[in-house]
Structure formats: structure tokens, C-alpha cells
Ligand binder design. Structure first.
Ligand code: 13P
Ligand code: SF4
Length: 304
């Protein structure tokens, strides 16, 4: 097998040849984040996909992330190094089920977390990410909103808005398995540490947090906080970004199981293969793409 240095060199050469950029989420493997031109949270990655003027985007993340980039930037070729890297939470909501819920609440707008398929986005009025969910919901001129698919993010938003939230029964397996006991154990071990958590965690876990934010928000908080130690309540990959942003501080992953297997499927080998073979190109049927783009564009217009 090729050494890491050779893989990196080949990737850089092909990136120039293809006029490609590499975008990565913070949950990717450290070596993948290190070869990326831009690393961000779901919101920043959507904005960056539009901003870039490359012909090709290699998206180091799960399927819905590449799909959002393809929806927003139809002239660019968006490729996923690993086509089987899907988000289990995104698969927890289906179009038929959502249509039924909409029929029962005909005047209620649907807010879909970006962790959904293009088909679900097309059935939604507006999208949100963990960075802007509260602002998106509050921006709507409605008393009641349907929120899919994450019940934990829905509960987090419900506590911060006057609107009634009708949630869906989805969750992120990686965040949902973090338990209150895990946090309490870590707090006992590291009494000086601040606990920072992602809103995909259970409400009883978020109750213990000093700060709740998107992955990028968690990095900003740790960087700007006077504290020196942090217990990290999200996918373990974030620690790489935290160490880059504030290397002098110490980070403890809340649980050894806080790892998203899908996000770890992208590696240097399949990034290189993706650029060599121009695979796996993400395509979205035009009728779905147009409606999904409206929901994403509405989200991007909300000021946070
Ligand atoms: P953010 O990128 O919005 O922090 O969300 C985390 C996540 O679970 C992405 O799959
Ligand atoms: Fe999906 Fe959770 Fe993995 Fe994010 S961390 S991609 S929400 S399963």
C-alpha cells in the first residue's frame, strides 16, 4: 500500500489537474481533515460549497452533505469518496411518513434538519443545521412547526422557542448513546473541565452542559473560554479540530463509543480513488433538486 506522504502528494496533483477542492466535516479522520481545503460544520460546508469556484468538489463526509452541495451548486461535480457513507439518522424519516404527518397538520411548515435526503428536503419549507435551528424556527411566521428527523434537536429547539414543535422520532445513534452517567463519570474524573455538547445529545445530557453548540460552535467556545480542560460531548473526530484551534488545552471524549462509523469510512485511499476515477458523482433528480434548493436557500437567508 501507498504511504501517507505519497497518497497526499498524488491527491494534491490530481486536485490541480481536476480543478477540485476537498471539503471535510470535523468528524472525518484526522488525516482526511489535514488534506482538506476547508473543514467545517454542516452549515459552513453548505455555504462553502456555494462560495468555491472549483469545477469539482470532493466531499469528505456522509451522503446528505454531498447531496446538499450538489443541490446548491448544480454546475459543479460533487463526489463522495465512499458512496456507502450514509447517516443513519437521515434514513429514519421517509417521504410517505412525512406526507402523512403533513396531511394531519396542513398549515404547519416543515423544518428539516440538513441530515435528511434530498426528497425530504423537497417536502420541507425550510432546512436547518445544528448551528441555526433555533433562529430558523423563530424566523417562521407560524405558531406550530413540524421538525424532522432528530427528536433531541427538536427538544433543544422547543426549550428555546415559544412555538409548538411537532417532532419526529429520529435520533443520531452516535450522540444518543451518550448517557448522563458517562458525563457524570467524566466530570468526577476531571472536575475542572467544562462539558460542551452537541444538541443531538439527549436532553438529560444537555442539562449537564456548560455550552451546547454545533461542532464549529463547540470549537469557538473552547478556543475563547478561559477554561483549560473540556469534556467533549460529540463525535470524537472533533478533538482533531479542537487541538488545531487551541492546542494548549486538554480535551476528553465523553465516551469511547462516541464515534460515527459512517464518517470514518472516508480515508486517503478512497479520496485518491475518487479523484482518479471521478467517482462517486452525486446526482439529484431535477424536480426534487429545485424544491430542495428552495428549502436550503431559505435556510441560508436566515441571519444568525
Ligand atoms: P454540525 O455539523 O451541524 O455540528 O452537525 C453534526 C453532525 O452530526 C453532522 O452529521
Ligand atoms: Fe449522522 Fe450522527 Fe453520524 Fe452525524 S454523527 S453523520 S448525525 S449518524
Amino acid at each position: 500500500p501507498m504511504q501517507q506522504a505519497d497518497l497526499t502528494k498524488r491527491i494534491q496533483e490530481l486536485k490541480i489537474k481536476r480543478n477540485a477542492v476537498i471539503l471535510s466535516h470535523y468528524y472525518s479522520r484526522p488525516e482526511v481533515q489535514d488534506i482538506a481545503d476547508f473543514v467545517g460544520d454542516s452549515l459552513a460546508l453548505s455555504q462553502e460549497a456555494v462560495r468555491q469556484d472549483a469545477d469539482v468538489i470532493v466531499f469528505c463526509g456522509v451522503h446528505f452533505m454531498g447531496e446538499s452541495a450538489a443541490i446548491l451548486s448544480p454546475k459543479k461535480t460533487v463526489m463522495l469518496p465512499e458512496i456507502d457513507a450514509t447517516c443513519p439518522m437521515a434514513d429514519m424519516v421517509d417521504v410517505e411518513g412525512l406526507k402523512k404527518l403533513k396531511e394531519n397538520h396542513p398549515d404547519t411548515p416543515v423544518v428539516s434538519y440538513v441530515n435528511t435526503s434530498a426528497a425530504i428536503k423537497a417536502e420541507s419549507y425550510i432546512c436547518c443545521t445544528s448551528a441555526n435551528a433555533v433562529e430558523v424556527v423563530n424566523s417562521l411566521d407560524a405558531e406550530e412547526v413540524i421538525f424532522v428527523p432528530d427528536k433531541n434537536l427538536a427538544a433543544y429547539v422547543a426549550a428555546r422557542t415559544d412555538k409548538t414543535i411537532i417532532p419526529w422520532e429520529g435520533h443520531c445513534p452516535t450522540h444518543h448513546q451518550v448517557l448522563r452517567e458517562d458525563v457524570l463519570k467524566m466530570k468526577e474524573k476531571h472536575p475542572q473541565a467544562k462539558f460542551i455538547a452537541h444538541p443531538e445529545c439527549r436532553p438529560e445530557v444537555l442539562e449537564l452542559a456548560d455550552n451546547v453548540a454545533s461542532t464549529r460552535g463547540m470549537i469557538m467556545y473552547a478556543k475563547n473560554s478561559p477554561a483549560q480542560e473540556f469534556i467533549i460531548g460529540t463525535e470524537c473526530g472533533l478533538i482533531h479540530g479542537l487541538l488545531k484551534a487551541a492546542p494548549e488545552k486538554t480535551y476528553y471524549c465523553v465516551s469511547e463509543f462516541a464515534c460515527c462509523p459512517s464518517m470514518k469510512m472516508v480515508n486517503l485511499e478512497n479520496v485518491l480513488e475518487s479523484l482518479e476515477k471521478m467517482q462517486h458523482v452525486v446526482t439529484v433528480p431535477e424536480d426534487i433538486r429545485g424544491r430542495a434548493k428552495e428549502a436550503l436557500d431559505r435556510m441560508l437567508a436566515v441571519k444568525i
